[in-house]
Structures are given as structure tokens and as C-alpha cells.
Design a protein around this ligand. Structure first.
Ligand code: SAH
Length: 245
């Protein structure tokens, strides 16, 4: 029986991949993943078999990878960031779980630095207190539920990090979320936008909930909205933990 290792590659540069992730890729005979992520690690892939496909074929890609591992080959499935945050870890476990126990490959999950961590470090320290992560992608989640989660997180005064804030087919979702957040959070609440954290075209924008420009946001961006105590000073977004100074 082979092994499938699900690996988070980190947010964008090879520098932010963990040594454990690097080692797991080196040891693999077969590497599966969304083609742009495969490209990112190309220098590590000499003499390996590659299963790289387009964005809409996650289930098929995972099935192939799990099958490969069940057939006895050491297989790696790579995702960006952390594989357990809107990545492939859950799908691999679900698919492996469909195999009879005696035919099921071993599954190992290697943690990665999620985009939210890289984005927070670019902005300063916005996640020092309780925070909620919400993806605005309604491809697999009903939009009504996403809106409800945003409203409740805002009522709970959580710092909110928005993954997948926009795509070519979802340009208005961020506007609807903006309206919802304004019902519960002050218009002065700091907002940080980071595009392509840890990549050569990294960009950082600081604003507030009333004024932030939704045009600045694309599918490579993350938006972090502060809690009621978050502030911006000297170009840093800071959520106080509560220490007395
Ligand atoms: N598994 C990944 C998330 C995949 S969802 C992780 O743990 O990070 C894809 C979304 O993540 C993008 O739409 C964007 O909102 C965010 N994202 C991924 N990489 C990013 C980066 N380098 N900078 C800013 N946001 C990023």
C-alpha cells in the first residue's frame, strides 16, 4: 500500500515552504496539484510524474492521486497555503475513506503557512485577537449562508479575514458583504487589503470600512477587517491583545 501526502506549499514563494513540505515533495514519485502550484515548485520536480489539471477538476485530480497511492506509489498532493484551509486535505481524506480499509492508502497531511498568516504579517498585527475566516466563494457554499456568517462574525466583533473576495464571475459579492458589515461595525473600522502576499507583485492597501475601494480587490487578494479596537498607526494595522502599556 502506498502513501499520499497532502502538502501546503505556503502563500507564494519557496521561502515560505516548510522543510517538512520540501522533504515530502522530494520523497514523492508522483506529484498532483493545480497547474500554477505545480509550476511554483518546478525546480523540485525533476524525474517525477505529474498530475496537473485545471481549476474545476479537483475531485477527479484527487481521485487519480489517491488511486496512484493505493496502487503503491508515494504520491504528493500539493495546495497553496495550508492544504486544510480551502485546500485539498478534506477531499483526499473523504476519497480515501471510500476505500475498503485493507485497500486504503496511508494519508499524511503536512501543514503549510496559510495566506492569512502572510497577509497579516504584511499588514502588521491584525489577528492578535479572535478572528473569523470567511470565503466569499459560493461555488460550494450557499450565498445566504456566507452572508449569515459574515453578519454574525461582525456582531461578535471578530476581526474578519475574507478569502476569495472576488473572481471574474463574482464581482458584486464583496459589495453585499460590505453593506452587511457596515450594519454592525463602525465605518471607521480599519481595513487592510493585500494582493499576492509573498509574491513579486505584492501590494498592500490600508483604508477603513467606509472608504475602502472594492476595485482594488481581485482573486489574488485578501481583505482583513478589524475589530472595534483595531487601529492603524505608522502604516501598520494593529489589533491590541489588551496588554496595559
Ligand atoms: N489553501 C489556501 C487558500 C486557497 S483559497 C491557503 O491556506 O492560503 C484562495 C484564496 O486565498 C485567494 O482567492 C486569496 O483570497 C487567498 N490567497 C491565497 N494566496 C494569497 C496570497 N499570496 N496573497 C493574498 N491572498 C492569497
Amino acid at each position: 500500500m502506498g502513501k499520499i501526502t497532502v502538502i501546503g506549499l505556503g502563500p507564494g514563494s519557496m521561502d515560505e515552504m516548510t522543510p517538512k513540505a520540501l522533504r515530502a515533495i522530494e520523497e514523492a514519485e508522483v506529484v498532483a496539484g493545480y497547474t500554477p502550484y505545480i509550476k511554483l515548485i518546478e525546480p523540485l520536480l525533476k524525474n517525477k510524474e505529474i498530475i496537473g489539471t485545471g481549476m474545476m477538476q479537483e475531485v477527479e485530480r484527487c481521485r487519480l492521486a489517491v488511486e496512484c497511492a493505493a496502487g503503491g506509489r508515494n504520491t504528493a498532493m500539493v495546495s497553496s497555503g495550508d492544504s486544510g484551509v480551502y485546500g485539498m486535505a478534506g477531499l483526499v481524506l473523504e476519497i480515501a475513506g471510500q476505500y475498503e480499509p485493507d485497500k486504503r492508502p496511508e494519508v499524511v497531511i503536512v501543514a503549510g503557512l496559510s495566506a492569512v498568516n502572510a497577509v497579516a504579517s504584511v499588514l502588521g498585527a491584525p489577528l492578535m485577537h479572535d478572528f473569523a475566516i470567511i470565503s466569499l466563494s459560493d461555488r460550494l457554499t450557499p450565498w445566504e449562508l456566507i452572508k449569515k456568517r459574515a453578519a454574525l462574525a461582525a456582531q461578535g466583533d471578530f476581526v474578519i479575514a475574507l478569502y476569495n473576495p472576488k473572481s471574474k464571475s463574482r464581482v458584486k459579492h464583496i459589495d453585499e458583504i460590505h453593506d452587511i458589515l457596515l450594519q454592525y461595525k463602525s465605518p471607521e473600522t480599519p481595513v487592510g487589503i493585500v494582493k499576492s502576499a509573498s509574491r513579486p507583485d505584492e501590494q498592500k492597501i490600508l483604508s477603513n470600512l467606509r472608504d475602502f475601494n472594492r476595485e482594488d480587490i481581485d482573486m489574488f487578494s485578501m481583505v482583513i477587517i478589524g475589530n472595534s479596537r483595531t487601529y492603524i498607526k505608522d502604516g501598520w494595522m494593529i489589533t491590541p491583545r489588551g496588554y496595559r502599556l
